[in-house]
Design a protein around this ligand. Structure first.
Ligand SMILES: Cc1cc2nc3c(=O)[nH]c(=O)nc-3n(C[C@H](O)[C@H](O)[C@H](O)COP(=O)(O)OP(=O)(O)OC[C@H]3O[C@@H](n4cnc5c(N)ncnc54)[C@H](O)[C@@H]3O)c2cc1C
Length: 389
Protein backbone atom coordinates (compact mmCIF):
# COMPACT_ATOMS: atom_id res chain seq x y z
CA UNK A 1 0.00 0.00 0.00
CA UNK A 2 1.43 3.38 -0.90
CA UNK A 3 -1.55 5.73 -0.42
CA UNK A 4 -2.53 7.00 3.06
CA UNK A 5 -4.69 9.75 4.49
CA UNK A 6 -1.78 11.07 6.52
CA UNK A 7 1.98 10.46 6.42
CA UNK A 8 4.00 11.48 9.45
CA UNK A 9 7.76 11.83 9.18
CA UNK A 10 9.72 11.14 12.41
CA UNK A 11 8.94 8.86 15.34
CA UNK A 12 9.85 11.13 18.25
CA UNK A 13 7.22 12.29 20.79
CA UNK A 14 5.64 14.65 18.22
CA UNK A 15 5.33 12.10 15.41
CA UNK A 16 4.22 9.16 17.55
CA UNK A 17 1.57 11.30 19.27
CA UNK A 18 0.30 12.64 15.95
CA UNK A 19 0.20 9.08 14.54
CA UNK A 20 -1.70 7.74 17.54
CA UNK A 21 -4.36 10.46 17.37
CA UNK A 22 -4.75 10.29 13.56
CA UNK A 23 -5.17 6.50 13.66
CA UNK A 24 -7.50 6.64 16.68
CA UNK A 25 -9.73 8.99 14.67
CA UNK A 26 -9.97 6.58 11.77
CA UNK A 27 -7.42 8.11 9.36
CA UNK A 28 -5.16 5.67 7.52
CA UNK A 29 -1.81 6.70 8.96
CA UNK A 30 1.79 5.95 8.06
CA UNK A 31 4.63 6.83 10.45
CA UNK A 32 8.07 6.89 8.79
CA UNK A 33 11.28 6.78 10.81
CA UNK A 34 14.77 6.76 9.32
CA UNK A 35 16.40 4.95 12.28
CA UNK A 36 15.71 1.48 13.57
CA UNK A 37 13.03 1.67 16.28
CA UNK A 38 13.57 1.94 19.22
CA UNK A 39 16.14 4.59 18.43
CA UNK A 40 18.39 6.50 20.82
CA UNK A 41 18.03 10.29 21.09
CA UNK A 42 20.56 12.61 22.78
CA UNK A 43 18.39 14.15 25.50
CA UNK A 44 18.42 14.67 29.26
CA UNK A 45 15.15 12.69 29.40
CA UNK A 46 13.31 14.81 31.99
CA UNK A 47 9.59 14.47 31.30
CA UNK A 48 7.81 17.16 33.32
CA UNK A 49 4.49 16.23 34.90
CA UNK A 50 3.00 18.90 32.62
CA UNK A 51 4.16 16.72 29.68
CA UNK A 52 2.89 13.52 31.28
CA UNK A 53 -0.53 15.18 31.67
CA UNK A 54 -0.61 15.70 27.89
CA UNK A 55 -0.63 11.93 27.38
CA UNK A 56 -3.97 10.13 27.43
CA UNK A 57 -2.46 6.99 28.96
CA UNK A 58 -0.20 6.27 31.89
CA UNK A 59 3.43 5.27 31.48
CA UNK A 60 4.36 1.78 32.64
CA UNK A 61 6.52 1.50 35.72
CA UNK A 62 9.58 0.20 33.83
CA UNK A 63 9.78 3.35 31.61
CA UNK A 64 10.13 5.65 34.62
CA UNK A 65 13.63 5.29 36.03
CA UNK A 66 13.23 7.89 38.73
CA UNK A 67 10.50 10.26 39.91
CA UNK A 68 11.75 13.73 40.86
CA UNK A 69 9.86 15.85 43.36
CA UNK A 70 12.39 18.64 43.51
CA UNK A 71 15.19 20.61 41.89
CA UNK A 72 18.48 21.81 43.36
CA UNK A 73 19.40 25.14 41.83
CA UNK A 74 22.87 26.72 41.93
CA UNK A 75 23.94 30.18 40.88
CA UNK A 76 27.44 31.23 41.95
CA UNK A 77 27.54 30.63 45.70
CA UNK A 78 23.75 30.58 45.99
CA UNK A 79 22.27 27.13 46.46
CA UNK A 80 18.55 26.51 46.80
CA UNK A 81 16.20 23.53 46.81
CA UNK A 82 12.62 23.69 45.62
CA UNK A 83 10.49 20.68 46.38
CA UNK A 84 6.82 19.77 46.10
CA UNK A 85 5.12 16.92 47.96
CA UNK A 86 4.28 15.43 44.55
CA UNK A 87 6.21 14.60 41.36
CA UNK A 88 7.58 17.39 39.18
CA UNK A 89 9.24 15.23 36.53
CA UNK A 90 9.81 11.63 35.51
CA UNK A 91 13.29 10.62 34.41
CA UNK A 92 13.39 8.32 31.41
CA UNK A 93 15.75 6.95 28.78
CA UNK A 94 14.48 8.35 25.50
CA UNK A 95 14.98 5.10 23.60
CA UNK A 96 12.50 3.38 25.94
CA UNK A 97 10.09 6.31 26.21
CA UNK A 98 9.88 6.99 22.45
CA UNK A 99 9.72 3.22 21.79
CA UNK A 100 6.70 2.99 24.07
CA UNK A 101 4.99 5.95 22.35
CA UNK A 102 5.58 4.18 19.01
CA UNK A 103 3.94 1.02 20.38
CA UNK A 104 0.92 3.11 21.43
CA UNK A 105 0.66 4.57 17.90
CA UNK A 106 0.84 1.08 16.42
CA UNK A 107 -1.78 -0.18 18.90
CA UNK A 108 -4.11 2.62 17.72
CA UNK A 109 -3.77 1.34 14.15
CA UNK A 110 -0.96 3.42 12.62
CA UNK A 111 1.39 1.66 10.17
CA UNK A 112 4.98 2.08 11.35
CA UNK A 113 7.93 1.80 8.97
CA UNK A 114 11.38 2.24 10.43
CA UNK A 115 14.73 2.44 8.62
CA UNK A 116 12.84 4.30 5.91
CA UNK A 117 14.09 7.83 5.42
CA UNK A 118 12.12 10.51 3.68
CA UNK A 119 14.47 11.91 1.00
CA UNK A 120 12.12 14.35 -0.63
CA UNK A 121 8.60 15.73 -0.53
CA UNK A 122 6.67 17.05 -3.52
CA UNK A 123 3.37 18.88 -3.38
CA UNK A 124 0.97 18.05 -6.21
CA UNK A 125 -2.46 19.65 -6.68
CA UNK A 126 -4.35 16.59 -5.43
CA UNK A 127 -1.88 14.99 -2.98
CA UNK A 128 1.52 15.11 -1.37
CA UNK A 129 4.27 12.64 -2.32
CA UNK A 130 7.00 11.40 0.00
CA UNK A 131 10.06 9.88 -1.65
CA UNK A 132 11.97 7.15 0.16
CA UNK A 133 14.68 4.81 -1.17
CA UNK A 134 12.09 2.07 -1.54
CA UNK A 135 9.12 3.85 -3.12
CA UNK A 136 6.92 6.88 -3.62
CA UNK A 137 4.22 7.28 -0.97
CA UNK A 138 1.14 9.48 -1.33
CA UNK A 139 -1.13 11.19 1.20
CA UNK A 140 -3.56 14.05 1.57
CA UNK A 141 -1.66 15.52 4.51
CA UNK A 142 1.92 15.34 5.76
CA UNK A 143 2.91 16.03 9.37
CA UNK A 144 6.60 16.89 9.58
CA UNK A 145 7.80 15.72 13.00
CA UNK A 146 11.35 15.18 11.82
CA UNK A 147 13.20 17.23 14.43
CA UNK A 148 15.79 20.00 14.20
CA UNK A 149 17.07 19.12 10.68
CA UNK A 150 13.50 18.80 9.36
CA UNK A 151 13.35 18.04 5.65
CA UNK A 152 9.59 18.70 5.81
CA UNK A 153 10.28 22.27 6.92
CA UNK A 154 12.74 22.86 4.10
CA UNK A 155 10.08 22.07 1.48
CA UNK A 156 8.51 25.46 2.18
CA UNK A 157 10.91 27.64 4.18
CA UNK A 158 14.52 28.02 5.30
CA UNK A 159 15.82 26.58 8.56
CA UNK A 160 15.88 28.38 11.91
CA UNK A 161 17.41 31.83 12.36
CA UNK A 162 20.75 31.96 14.19
CA UNK A 163 19.20 33.42 17.35
CA UNK A 164 16.79 30.47 17.49
CA UNK A 165 19.49 27.82 17.74
CA UNK A 166 21.04 26.37 20.91
CA UNK A 167 23.89 23.90 20.96
CA UNK A 168 24.21 21.32 23.75
CA UNK A 169 26.89 18.87 24.73
CA UNK A 170 25.95 15.99 26.98
CA UNK A 171 27.25 12.79 28.53
CA UNK A 172 25.78 9.81 30.32
CA UNK A 173 27.76 8.47 33.26
CA UNK A 174 27.07 4.98 34.57
CA UNK A 175 26.84 4.70 38.33
CA UNK A 176 25.31 2.22 40.78
CA UNK A 177 21.68 3.14 41.62
CA UNK A 178 22.54 3.33 45.33
CA UNK A 179 25.31 5.89 44.70
CA UNK A 180 22.96 7.97 42.52
CA UNK A 181 20.36 7.97 45.29
CA UNK A 182 22.95 8.91 47.95
CA UNK A 183 24.49 11.74 45.93
CA UNK A 184 21.52 13.20 44.08
CA UNK A 185 18.41 11.72 45.67
CA UNK A 186 15.30 12.23 43.58
CA UNK A 187 16.38 15.74 42.57
CA UNK A 188 17.40 17.23 39.26
CA UNK A 189 20.31 19.71 39.61
CA UNK A 190 20.57 22.89 37.59
CA UNK A 191 23.72 25.09 37.66
CA UNK A 192 22.89 28.48 36.16
CA UNK A 193 25.43 30.62 34.39
CA UNK A 194 28.07 27.90 34.50
CA UNK A 195 28.22 28.93 30.88
CA UNK A 196 26.91 32.42 29.96
CA UNK A 197 23.13 32.69 29.50
CA UNK A 198 22.48 29.01 30.09
CA UNK A 199 22.89 26.17 32.55
CA UNK A 200 24.55 22.86 33.24
CA UNK A 201 22.36 19.95 34.38
CA UNK A 202 22.60 16.68 36.25
CA UNK A 203 19.53 14.43 35.95
CA UNK A 204 19.57 11.16 37.93
CA UNK A 205 18.28 8.03 36.18
CA UNK A 206 18.17 4.37 37.18
CA UNK A 207 21.80 3.38 36.76
CA UNK A 208 23.32 6.43 35.13
CA UNK A 209 23.15 10.19 35.30
CA UNK A 210 22.60 12.51 32.36
CA UNK A 211 24.68 15.66 32.42
CA UNK A 212 25.39 18.43 29.96
CA UNK A 213 25.44 22.11 29.09
CA UNK A 214 23.91 24.20 26.35
CA UNK A 215 24.62 27.60 24.82
CA UNK A 216 23.25 29.98 22.24
CA UNK A 217 25.11 30.09 18.93
CA UNK A 218 27.84 30.95 18.04
CA UNK A 219 29.57 30.43 21.40
CA UNK A 220 30.02 26.69 21.27
CA UNK A 221 33.72 26.25 20.66
CA UNK A 222 35.39 24.64 23.66
CA UNK A 223 32.08 23.42 25.06
CA UNK A 224 33.17 19.75 25.49
CA UNK A 225 36.16 20.96 27.59
CA UNK A 226 33.79 23.12 29.61
CA UNK A 227 31.64 20.05 30.32
CA UNK A 228 34.70 18.01 31.39
CA UNK A 229 35.70 20.88 33.71
CA UNK A 230 32.16 20.92 35.17
CA UNK A 231 32.25 17.15 35.74
CA UNK A 232 35.61 17.44 37.52
CA UNK A 233 34.23 20.24 39.69
CA UNK A 234 31.27 18.00 40.61
CA UNK A 235 33.68 15.15 41.43
CA UNK A 236 32.32 13.04 38.61
CA UNK A 237 34.44 11.06 36.16
CA UNK A 238 35.15 13.13 33.08
CA UNK A 239 36.77 10.58 30.76
CA UNK A 240 33.36 10.04 29.17
CA UNK A 241 31.93 10.12 25.66
CA UNK A 242 30.47 13.54 24.89
CA UNK A 243 27.85 14.06 22.20
CA UNK A 244 26.70 17.36 20.74
CA UNK A 245 23.36 18.34 19.30
CA UNK A 246 21.24 21.33 18.33
CA UNK A 247 18.02 22.51 19.86
CA UNK A 248 15.60 24.95 18.15
CA UNK A 249 14.02 27.70 20.23
CA UNK A 250 11.54 29.41 17.95
CA UNK A 251 11.05 33.17 18.03
CA UNK A 252 7.71 32.59 16.23
CA UNK A 253 8.66 34.51 13.11
CA UNK A 254 7.80 31.62 10.77
CA UNK A 255 4.65 29.75 9.78
CA UNK A 256 4.47 26.10 10.84
CA UNK A 257 2.05 25.06 8.07
CA UNK A 258 1.49 25.38 4.36
CA UNK A 259 -0.77 23.58 1.83
CA UNK A 260 -1.10 19.95 3.05
CA UNK A 261 1.85 20.23 5.51
CA UNK A 262 2.07 20.90 9.25
CA UNK A 263 5.27 20.92 11.34
CA UNK A 264 5.22 19.58 14.92
CA UNK A 265 7.69 19.45 17.82
CA UNK A 266 11.31 20.48 17.19
CA UNK A 267 10.64 20.79 13.45
CA UNK A 268 8.41 23.74 14.40
CA UNK A 269 10.85 25.02 17.06
CA UNK A 270 8.48 24.35 19.96
CA UNK A 271 11.03 24.38 22.80
CA UNK A 272 11.06 26.51 25.96
CA UNK A 273 14.08 28.82 25.80
CA UNK A 274 14.52 28.95 29.60
CA UNK A 275 14.46 25.24 30.42
CA UNK A 276 15.11 23.62 27.03
CA UNK A 277 11.96 21.57 27.60
CA UNK A 278 10.61 20.29 24.28
CA UNK A 279 8.89 16.96 24.92
CA UNK A 280 5.75 18.57 26.40
CA UNK A 281 5.30 20.80 23.33
CA UNK A 282 6.16 17.97 20.93
CA UNK A 283 3.30 15.95 22.43
CA UNK A 284 0.88 18.93 22.47
CA UNK A 285 1.66 19.94 18.90
CA UNK A 286 1.50 16.32 17.67
CA UNK A 287 -1.98 16.08 19.13
CA UNK A 288 -3.04 19.46 17.68
CA UNK A 289 -1.70 18.49 14.22
CA UNK A 290 -3.70 15.24 14.29
CA UNK A 291 -6.86 17.06 15.36
CA UNK A 292 -6.34 19.60 12.58
CA UNK A 293 -5.90 16.75 10.08
CA UNK A 294 -9.20 15.19 11.23
CA UNK A 295 -10.89 18.59 10.84
CA UNK A 296 -9.42 19.00 7.33
CA UNK A 297 -10.81 15.58 6.31
CA UNK A 298 -14.24 16.49 7.68
CA UNK A 299 -14.17 19.61 5.49
CA UNK A 300 -12.41 18.00 2.54
CA UNK A 301 -10.04 20.98 2.57
CA UNK A 302 -6.27 20.47 2.87
CA UNK A 303 -5.29 23.99 1.88
CA UNK A 304 -3.18 26.37 3.94
CA UNK A 305 -6.38 28.29 4.74
CA UNK A 306 -7.76 25.27 6.58
CA UNK A 307 -4.44 24.26 8.20
CA UNK A 308 -3.92 27.77 9.57
CA UNK A 309 -6.14 26.54 12.41
CA UNK A 310 -3.20 24.38 13.56
CA UNK A 311 -0.86 27.34 14.04
CA UNK A 312 -3.57 29.30 15.87
CA UNK A 313 -4.32 26.33 18.10
CA UNK A 314 -0.63 25.83 19.02
CA UNK A 315 -0.28 29.53 19.79
CA UNK A 316 -3.32 29.43 22.06
CA UNK A 317 -2.38 26.14 23.78
CA UNK A 318 1.30 26.89 24.49
CA UNK A 319 2.88 29.20 21.88
CA UNK A 320 2.02 32.43 23.67
CA UNK A 321 3.53 31.00 26.86
CA UNK A 322 6.71 30.08 25.00
CA UNK A 323 6.89 33.58 23.57
CA UNK A 324 6.60 35.02 27.11
CA UNK A 325 9.29 32.60 28.18
CA UNK A 326 11.59 33.87 25.43
CA UNK A 327 11.23 37.42 26.71
CA UNK A 328 11.62 36.46 30.39
CA UNK A 329 14.72 34.37 29.55
CA UNK A 330 16.29 37.37 27.80
CA UNK A 331 15.66 39.55 30.88
CA UNK A 332 16.89 36.89 33.32
CA UNK A 333 20.13 36.25 31.50
CA UNK A 334 20.73 39.95 30.80
CA UNK A 335 20.48 40.70 34.54
CA UNK A 336 21.14 37.41 36.37
CA UNK A 337 22.48 39.07 39.56
CA UNK A 338 19.32 41.10 39.88
CA UNK A 339 16.59 38.78 38.61
CA UNK A 340 17.84 35.19 38.83
CA UNK A 341 19.30 35.53 42.28
CA UNK A 342 16.29 37.51 43.59
CA UNK A 343 14.00 34.77 42.30
CA UNK A 344 16.14 32.06 43.85
CA UNK A 345 16.04 33.75 47.26
CA UNK A 346 12.26 33.68 47.29
CA UNK A 347 10.66 30.31 48.05
CA UNK A 348 7.30 31.42 46.64
CA UNK A 349 8.86 32.34 43.26
CA UNK A 350 10.59 28.95 43.19
CA UNK A 351 7.53 26.97 44.28
CA UNK A 352 5.29 28.61 41.72
CA UNK A 353 7.87 27.80 39.05
CA UNK A 354 7.95 24.17 40.17
CA UNK A 355 4.15 24.17 39.84
CA UNK A 356 4.48 25.16 36.15
CA UNK A 357 6.67 22.07 35.63
CA UNK A 358 4.12 19.96 37.47
CA UNK A 359 1.45 21.24 35.09
CA UNK A 360 -0.52 23.00 37.84
CA UNK A 361 0.08 26.55 36.59
CA UNK A 362 0.60 27.75 33.00
CA UNK A 363 3.82 29.58 32.19
CA UNK A 364 1.73 32.58 31.09
CA UNK A 365 -0.07 32.79 34.45
CA UNK A 366 3.23 32.33 36.28
CA UNK A 367 4.88 35.19 34.39
CA UNK A 368 1.87 37.44 35.04
CA UNK A 369 2.05 36.52 38.75
CA UNK A 370 5.81 37.19 38.75
CA UNK A 371 5.56 40.54 36.96
CA UNK A 372 3.32 41.92 39.71
CA UNK A 373 5.57 40.77 42.57
CA UNK A 374 9.13 41.00 41.27
CA UNK A 375 9.57 44.79 41.81
CA UNK A 376 8.54 44.31 45.45
CA UNK A 377 10.90 41.34 45.93
CA UNK A 378 13.78 43.30 44.40
CA UNK A 379 13.06 46.31 46.58
CA UNK A 380 12.82 44.16 49.69
CA UNK A 381 16.14 42.52 48.88
CA UNK A 382 17.73 45.92 48.25
CA UNK A 383 16.43 47.31 51.56
CA UNK A 384 17.70 44.26 53.42
CA UNK A 385 21.15 44.61 51.77
CA UNK A 386 21.05 41.02 50.59
CA UNK A 387 23.23 41.64 47.58
CA UNK A 388 26.12 39.30 48.21
CA UNK A 389 25.70 36.22 46.03
C1 LIG B 1 20.81 17.68 24.91
C2 LIG B 1 19.32 17.82 24.96
C3 LIG B 1 18.65 17.60 26.14
C4 LIG B 1 17.25 17.72 26.20
N1 LIG B 1 16.61 17.45 27.37
C5 LIG B 1 15.27 17.55 27.43
C6 LIG B 1 14.57 17.23 28.63
O1 LIG B 1 15.15 16.81 29.63
N2 LIG B 1 13.22 17.37 28.64
C7 LIG B 1 12.52 17.82 27.54
O2 LIG B 1 11.29 17.96 27.62
N3 LIG B 1 13.17 18.11 26.39
C8 LIG B 1 14.51 17.97 26.30
N4 LIG B 1 15.15 18.23 25.13
C9 LIG B 1 14.35 18.59 23.94
C10 LIG B 1 13.72 17.33 23.34
O3 LIG B 1 14.69 16.33 23.16
C11 LIG B 1 13.06 17.64 22.00
O4 LIG B 1 12.33 18.83 22.10
C12 LIG B 1 12.13 16.51 21.57
O5 LIG B 1 12.87 15.34 21.32
C13 LIG B 1 11.36 16.89 20.31
O6 LIG B 1 10.62 15.78 19.86
P1 LIG B 1 10.28 15.63 18.30
O7 LIG B 1 9.41 14.45 18.20
O8 LIG B 1 9.85 16.92 17.75
O9 LIG B 1 11.69 15.34 17.58
P2 LIG B 1 12.76 14.20 17.80
O10 LIG B 1 12.62 13.56 19.12
O11 LIG B 1 14.06 14.79 17.42
O12 LIG B 1 12.36 13.10 16.71
C14 LIG B 1 12.50 13.35 15.34
C15 LIG B 1 12.57 11.99 14.63
O13 LIG B 1 12.55 12.20 13.22
C16 LIG B 1 13.41 11.27 12.61
N5 LIG B 1 13.75 11.81 11.28
C17 LIG B 1 14.45 12.93 11.01
N6 LIG B 1 14.54 13.12 9.69
C18 LIG B 1 13.87 12.09 9.11
C19 LIG B 1 13.61 11.74 7.76
N7 LIG B 1 14.06 12.49 6.74
N8 LIG B 1 12.92 10.62 7.49
C20 LIG B 1 12.44 9.83 8.51
N9 LIG B 1 12.67 10.13 9.82
C21 LIG B 1 13.37 11.25 10.11
C22 LIG B 1 14.58 11.22 13.57
O14 LIG B 1 15.36 10.04 13.38
C23 LIG B 1 13.86 11.25 14.92
O15 LIG B 1 13.56 9.95 15.36
C24 LIG B 1 16.55 18.09 25.04
C25 LIG B 1 17.22 18.32 23.84
C26 LIG B 1 18.58 18.17 23.79
C27 LIG B 1 19.30 18.40 22.46
Amino acid sequence: MNKFDVIIVGAGPAGTTAARHCAKNGLSTLLLEKEKIPRAKPCAGGITLAAVKELDFSLPHEITERTCTGIKIYYGRLERVVQLDRPIALMVTRKNFDGYLTDKASEAGATIRDREECFGISQEPSSITVHTKREKLHANILIGADGFYSRSMRTFRNGFDKDEIRFCVMAEIRMPAREISDRFGDMASIHYEYVPRSYAWIFPKGEYISTGIGVALPKYSGLPDKLREFLKQQELRNDVKITGCFLPVSRYNHDVYTNRIMLAGDAAGFVDSFTGEGIRFAISSGKAAAQTAVRAFERGDFSDKCLKYYQERCYKDFGEDLQHSNRVTDHLFNHPDLLLSTGMRNQMVMRQYARTLAGELTLGNYFRWLKKRMPYYILKRFLLFEWAR
